[in-house]
Write a protein that binds this ligand. Structure first.
Ligand code: GMT
Length: 375
């Protein structure tokens, strides 16, 4: 199939999922066209059947806001015609589903009918999309997609609760290439980060308020009193400075490292003993899955889709949002005993295999085929 993929090209989970999906589909013989404003960060290389088409938005002084949706939908029309794209897969409803719908309608005027698959990723529903300023347009573009998918059962339920949805929503979870993460495969330089007798706790995110970054520092503050450990924080975002101040206030400067943005999180996860994800909301928690496939147990909140990924008492523990005392106590329970830690590490890796890329990508392929048949 010739598939057009619209996504955010940044470090966010939706862009990562879109890129990994496109790369895997290309390996399975499909022709993939990424259509976005920058080459996606996880896109390793452009090959004969992976192409990137940049959406340019010319600056014009009249515009306070440059009309990206307009430029995107025009680019989609041109690319669909030029490359005979058969199906559009738009990741993150805002504004991609809206722009995709406009492109579909413009193409219809020329007698070209193309289905659009919209994948809902989380904040496009629970945070941004639900805002009254966006809600009518988001509802409209979901209802006018040919296929709608959500990355967890929990996100499906949230979507049905928050919007007036007339379409069936298929749950297609986030995935991971388990074979790529053979333990011992990644170059793992643990000694650079911690002493032999120290445990390593990590967190990776975009440091937005929804991630509750300060909870992570407070959990670690409790844990390090009992367990000799280091905390590695990977990512950039609006809450980073507050977290750095809190680290100072609690006197943790020698134990907490902020590494900034990284495209090689596996090199950090491979030597981590525990991963913290106490998010306020998390539709799935791809970061938790990436930790688990590296054999890292997860202490998370029980919000959104996290209970579908992290299994309480098996691959880690889940607590109510904000219950840092319980999260710290569970972290200590896992870390204080070597055999318990080993058991959780093995379980985390095992649980990750449920989301193997080879189980999930065929589901998308079937949805595309059906959508093309029915258009
Ligand atoms: O919150 C993020 O890390 C970024 C965000 C995004 O939209 O790119 O991630 C969302 O989509 C991911 C991929 O489907 C999910 O795994 C994340 O759980 C989800 N984030 C939230 O729901 C907060």
């Amino acid at each position: 199939m010739r598939i057009g993929v619209v996504c955010y090209p940044t470090f966010g989970g939706s862009g990562v999922v879109a890129t990994e999906l496109g790369m895997e589909l290309s390996k399975r013989g499909h022709e993939i066209h990424f259509i976005t404003y920058k080459q996606p960060v996880r896109l390793e290389q452009l090959t004969g059947n992976i192409k990137f088409h940049e959406v340019n938005v010319p600056e014009y002084p009249l515009f306070h806001f440059q009309p990206y949706e307009l430029a995107l939908s025009s680019k989609l029309v041109t690319m669909v015609k030029l490359h005979k794209i058969e199906v559009l897969h738009v990741h993150y409803a805002i504004p991609h589903a809206y722009a995709g719908y406009m492109a579909k309608k413009m193409l219809e005027e020329e007698g070209i009918f193309i289905p659009m698959v919209t994948t809902l990723h989380g904040t496009d529903i629970t945070l941004v999309g639900n805002h009254p300023f966006y809600k009518p347009a988001v509802t409209f573009s979901i209802n006018n997609s040919d296929v709608v998918t959500s990355v967890s059962q929990s996100l499906k339920e949230d979507t049905l609760k928050l919007f007036q949805i007339k379409k069936e929503i298929e749950v297609v979870p986030n995935f991971i290439d388990v074979a790529k993460y053979k333990i011992g495969f990644t170059e793992c330089q643990r000694t650079l980060m911690a002493d032999e007798d120290e445990k390593i706790i990590s967190h990776v995110s975009n440091f937005r308020p929804v991630k509750r970054i300060l909870d992570i520092i407070r959990i670690f503050y409790i844990v390090q009193k009992t367990i000799k450990s280091k905390l590695i924080m990977v990512g950039e975002g609006p809450e980073k400075e507050k977290a750095e101040f809190l680290v100072q206030e609690l006197g943790l400067q020698d134990k907490v490292v902020f590494l900034g943005q990284s495209n090689e999180v596996d090199k950090i996860l491979c030597f981590s003993d525990l991963f913290l994800l106490p998010s306020e909301k998390e539709s799935f928690g791809l970061a938790a899955l990436e930790a688990m496939v590296n054999g890292v147990p997860v202490i998370s909140s029980n919000s959104g889709g996290l209970p579908e990924v992290n299994i309480h008492g098996i691959s880690g523990y889940l607590s109510e949002v904000g219950n840092i005392d319980e999260m710290a106590a569970n972290a200590i329970k896992i870390l204080e005993d070597e055999s318990t830690l080993e058991k959780f590490k093995l379980n985390a890796r095992e649980q990750a295999t449920a989301f193997d890329i080879h189980k999930i990508v065929p589901i998308y392929e079937k949805l595309y085929e059906k959508a093309i048949m029915e258009i």
